[in-house]
Design a protein around this ligand. Sequence first.
Ligand code: PEP
Ligand code: MG
Length: 594
Amino acid sequence: MNSNPPIQPPPRDGACFEGIPAVAGRASGPAWVVHARLDEIPDRTIPPEEIDAEIARFHLAIAVTRQQILDLVTEVSQRIGPSEAGVFDAHLMVVDDGFLKSCVEKLIRERTACAEVAVHRVTEDFSAKFAAMHDAYLRERSSDILDIGRRILRNLMGVSETIPSAFDQPHIIISDDLTPSQTVGLPRDGVLGLVIDRGSATSHTAIIARALGIPAVVGLKHVSSEVRTGDEVLLDGYKGTVIVRPTPDELAEFKQVCAAHRKASVDWQRSRNMRAETPDGHGVTILANADHTSDLAQLAIRGSEGIGLYRTESLWMQLGREPDEDEQVEAYGAMVCAMTGRPVVIRVLDLGGDKVCGAMPVQTEANPFLGLRSIRYLLKTPEVFRRQLRAILRVSSCGDVQIMYPMICDVEELRAANVILEQCKEELRAEGVAFTESIPVGAMIEIPSAALTAHILARQADFLCLGTNDLVQYTLAVDRVNENVASLYQPTHPSVLTLIRHTVKAGVRYKRPVSVCGEMAADPALAVLLMGMGVNTLSMTPTAIPEVKHAIRKTPYADAIKLARGIAAHASTAEDARRMCRALLQRTAPELLA
Ligand code: PEP
Ligand code: MG
């Protein structure tokens, strides 16, 4: 197992960090610290009386690093061969280099720098000097020095570089950053919770964690450099707090809160399979958001009436490549069969933005969220699009399968996608393969231009689905993964609500169903507002279904309509609207806000 012994000064007992509540739930357990980036080097000034101890800490890190390299040499010699193991000779030379060590000691002693800063500066400096040398052999040593510098730093900080594929006991992962692909690959049984320096509640990392039912707090900025592997951690994904090395009182209070919540939720967990119908008889269809990692058996019993959003890109992210047509047929077919005739809305590939994977060889873009992502990428690489559409069509006759195009900007994109769909149908007809000729095709409304032209799109699409996660991002110009602007990310902003209203109106006018599959639908107070605005289908992460159904079952439809009208007339800020939503829920289902 890849565990680095922590050589850090211990964090304060009971240190509490506040971040963004990303995935509801609570967890307690030992930390496993992973640093994807090592650009957050802790910077402390060492008081004179601690200088010797700091230098001793540095030497201990050197000794650990040396042993790790020797272990690597043994492993590579046995598994590959002694000559391949020879590449680590240069690494040993770097850790044993007396001049390098004396430069680090000097920075600690004379500049009162902490060991991390000293190692970072010295190895960067050495590496830059080697990179500028004429001799090719010496130039190549530049990267060895950087590599060793990072290894020493990781040992000083007590952080691991990778997440193991299995743990001997479950841990809370603490990381500076975690990509959606890393999150998809997390060992299911080994992860109790996620604590991440970066991100927001609607980043795809958070969305995947939610789908996996892993409580998470994100946007904590520096927590990963304050915690060390093995520290006891209490994570509260409702409040967005993380307590490191809790005191006995904190631990006791945490246990009490968990027990009280478990007791209160028994009520809505028990009625999760009942229909979401208001006390005055208005029904709302509740669907689940799913992906390739979803537990099919769980999906079937979580109280959903089908799949309102199947994020197919998760299959690409898990494989790290494009699945071939048959692999896609197998994955989509399994989902459709598990849903036994209930609708399954399969969204075509939505890679790009923060969902990157090796399968999509695009150039690095300055603004990936505004770049070649999603349907734009598919229309540029029609062979990829064709393989996916053929696979969806091939499973279409096994159930109620629907196709959804993400990131539609205007009707031209919708038409262009449909041209390719028709070509795929033609091919399958010629091959004698059965499929549903009239398969419904919907457009996601997640770009303001699509919402503003919803009346045009509605004439060409069988249904519209509001992707509020992106709609909020693009309407308010707030990056959905950037923790620095997370407070500006407001689903109840009047502009966003106006776009939703416009889309619903277009759906009513052209008799097209309008659903919401963004995270807004998973918030009970906002789900009630959406119902009042005329949205009759909500799709959400399966774990949110019981609470949302409970909110709907307790709130009269007439009150929800009054709320929506009141907000349209009087709420001039996002906060006004949110307060009004919470006030209604406080009246109808206060237990959900407790
Ligand atoms: C959305 O944007 O609201 C949505 C559901 O899609 P994703 O979160 O996958 O971008
Ligand atoms: Mg989206």
